[in-house]
Structure formats: C-alpha cells, structure tokens
Design a protein around this ligand. Sequence first.
Ligand code: ING
Length: 313
Amino acid sequence: MREIVIGGAQLGAIQKADTREAVVDRMIALLQQAKGAGCDLVVYPELALTTFFPRWYIEDSAEVDQWFEHEMPNDATRPLFDAAKAANIAISFGYAECTPDGHHFNTSILTDREANIIGKYRKVHLPGHSEYDTERAFQHLEKRYFEPGDLGFPVWRNMDALMGMCICNDRRWPEVYREMGLQGVELVMLGYNTPSVNSQMSDEGLEKRLYHSDLSMTAGAYQNATWVVGVAKAGDEDGHPLMGGSIIVDPNGYVMARAETEGDELIVHACDMDACAFGKTTIFDFGRHRRIEHYQRIGTQTGVVLPDAWPTS
Ligand code: ING
C-alpha cells in the first residue's frame, strides 16, 4: 500500500488590501494543522497568495505587476517553504508568475518533502475575456492578465507516486485529465477560484456551480482511475463571493472528504495510490481498450464543425 495522507488546505477570502505575508501566515497555520493531522502533502488553491485580481480591470501595467511573483520561493513565501521542509510535508500552490523574460502565467508548483520545487504547471484553459465587458455583472479578465500555459500537462514522480497538476477552469475539460491519465497519473492536484455567481447568468444558483465542480472532478478521477484533490479559495473578496466545495476524490469517483465552510479549512484523507491500479488495469486499461484511429477531431479540431450533410432547412 502506497498511502499518502493528503490535506486540502482551502483558503477563505483574501482581500485586495491583504499582504502576501498575512496570507503566508494563514497558509503556515493550515500547514501546522496538517502536520498535526499526519499529512504528507498539502494542496493549496489557485492564486493562493493574492485576491482573485482578474475581477479588476487594470490598465496600468505597474499596477498589474503588483499581483505577480518574479521568483519562487521569494522573501514573502520563503517562510512557507521553510515550514514545509521542517514539517517534512510536500506542498502545491498556485500563484501569478512573471518570468524573467516578461511572460505572465497562472501557475502552480509542486515540491517534494524537502521543499524542493520538482514540478511547475501553467494554466492552459483561461476563462473569461481580455477587454472590459459591460454586459457582465463583474469582470473575469484572465485572458487579459495571463498567457495560455506553455508546459502542457506534465506528470512527475514524487513520493513514490505519479502526480500531476491543473488549475481551476482546466478541471472542466476532460482532455486535461486524459493527457495526464495517458502518463499513468495517480494524483491530480488542482486549485480553483470560482465565483459563487455567474457574471452572465445572474439567476444561476450556487448549488448548480458546486454540482458542476463536483461533476468535473469526480468524472476526471473515475475516467482516469486517479485521485483528484480540488481546493478552493472561497469567501467574500471585497464584495465578490467565491464558492468553496473543496474535495478529495478517490479513483472510483467517490468524494472522500469535503470542506463545509467558505473559510480557511483543512480537509484530510489517507489516499492509497495503489487504489488506482484496478481501474488502470481493467475498465480504463487505455492500451487495451482505446481506439485512437477514431479520435482525430479531439487532437486536431478546436471548435465545432457541423456535418456538411446537416439539413439546411
Ligand atoms: N474560474 C472559474 C472556473 O472555471 C468559470 C470560471 C466559472 C467558468 C463557472 C465557467 C463556469 O471555475 C476560474 N478561475 O477559472
């Protein structure tokens, strides 16, 4: 049995005025709680160091830059890496990355238990828009502030397991899990910042958004026989509510732990990586069952192309 005790460290609201240092203190408090619960690995949300700033329309590039990290670890985050190393706990968290050559990504990293960064992922599926949208109740400007990720969907060997990452909107796209499933992934870690309301459909309730989040992650887990840990940044950020719903999902698609609040909250589950084996060697033995000669559209076509025989009445 290859058991990894995993903590999902949900973060409550981070206000625009909150400092990185104050947030890192909260992350360390969750890490200490995770140590007390026997965790080996802790997963934090997307953009864990700041408020969800893509809700704000900003034209001044210097003002935008304040939300980005130019190196990792850095002065603000070094205490978190030091605490993780002291606790012998691997961590994963998301942040806004500005590369030395000036590229901007919505990024997530993974460390080993000695706080060495062994994996980096850059969000591929950027929802929202790039210019101010007067039709929306609030803005979602990820296409303005980030470039699409350029690293694909890597899977790393860490702690005697095969681990991958994705971020937020990525969790809604089955291709994401399958790209990692085809590398044998046993644990997909993802953080998310999901508004509690739909900026384009004001009567869409929270229950539906929580259902779609669960549905996306449980399907991805089951259809690729992998654990999935999805961790929210939740709560009211400067009047803009983000939903909670952090969960740990087993390789059969069952939710094994779920957050109950919209604040800082740790969920924990002992995850046996060997529990992936049955699905990977029977119903989802990709090598035996997939027929790639019929899958051309998935890898070559971006949008819908209607059948030309479609009756044009
Ligand atoms: N947030 C949201 C997400 O995918 C969204 C955006 C919400 C898209 C609901 C569609 C429906 O969870 C981020 N940050 O991607």
